[in-house]
Design a protein around this ligand. Sequence first.
Ligand code: C2E
Ligand code: MG
Ligand code: MG
Ligand code: MG
Length: 290
Amino acid sequence: ASKSDHKGIFRFYNDELYQSIRSKLDAEEELRYAIAKKQFFMVYQPRVDTRTGDIRGFEALVRWQHPTRGIVPPAQFIELAESTGSIVPLGSLVMDCVFRQIAAWQNMGETPVPISLNISPRQLDAGGVDQQIKDLMKRHKVSADLIEIELTESVMMSEVPAVIDQITAIRQMGIKLHLDDFGTGYSSLSRLQEIEMQVIKIDRAFVSRLGTSSQADVLVKTIVLMAKELDMSIIAEGVETIAQLETLQHLDCDEAQGYLIAKPVTAPEARKLLQQRRIFMHAENDALPV
Ligand code: C2E
Ligand code: MG
Ligand code: MG
Ligand code: MG
């Protein structure tokens, strides 16, 4: 190859590297700006009693109201927020918003149900999450039974004393802990007892395989039985079909969450669901009036 070819190739790589660094910096900067400008809002997805459809709680999920790209889902920014540390100020916005929302519903006279919040490992690494929650509970007069925390298995496996301390402190305030995405991580079963989580959320991956093979059903059945033995309650995530719901009822899974029941909705829509108290999940099975 001639000298100029070489240079060309060299420059090509450099440009590509430069571009990728540049776009990551741009994305980081944009996210930081978005946090400063509070371009985020929360949506709420109900979870229901598998048998009756009674609403047992909502999960708060963040959305980015982007000025040009529209509504951006967390899959497109949470990872970046975690890797850059922006999840810490973003997590504060989220917590603040959710507590204000609970207080608002209380002030409107709604009978509240617990709202669960997702907390990333990085937020606990940064510290002070327990104190933040304590302050918010006090400021907004929200009792411990109205707020719940969702943690993934990676958090539960943390060996960092400060992380364990925060989780313990949160639990000691009377706040229930959910083990999110159960089955996708590497948690040891013994750890389940040590940290004393109250709720297991079976990951969508297992729920979506229900009915496709006997093994898939046995797996979920085993998780449900284990949860009951450990005195934990159990929520199935990502329920999309009536058949899945019926299998979950049959397996005695306590609660279900998923598009079949409801997609995550805005706060005003969540309030309507709250007033309705119950979601009818299989109207087609209802007996016709005589
Ligand atoms: P996650 O906590 O496991 O939340 C469940 C995700 O599954 C949500 O996606 C929800 O919209 C989606 N989902 C619910 N039902 C169904 C279904 O039937 N089918 C399918 N295909 N999907 C369903 P979302 O809102 O995009 O959130 C994705 C992830 O981003 C969450 O997973 C959570 O790990 C993270 N996340 C969301 N909000 C926050 C937040 O405020 N803070 C932190 N730290 N992480 C968040
Ligand atoms: Mg969750
Ligand atoms: Mg999950
Ligand atoms: Mg998840």
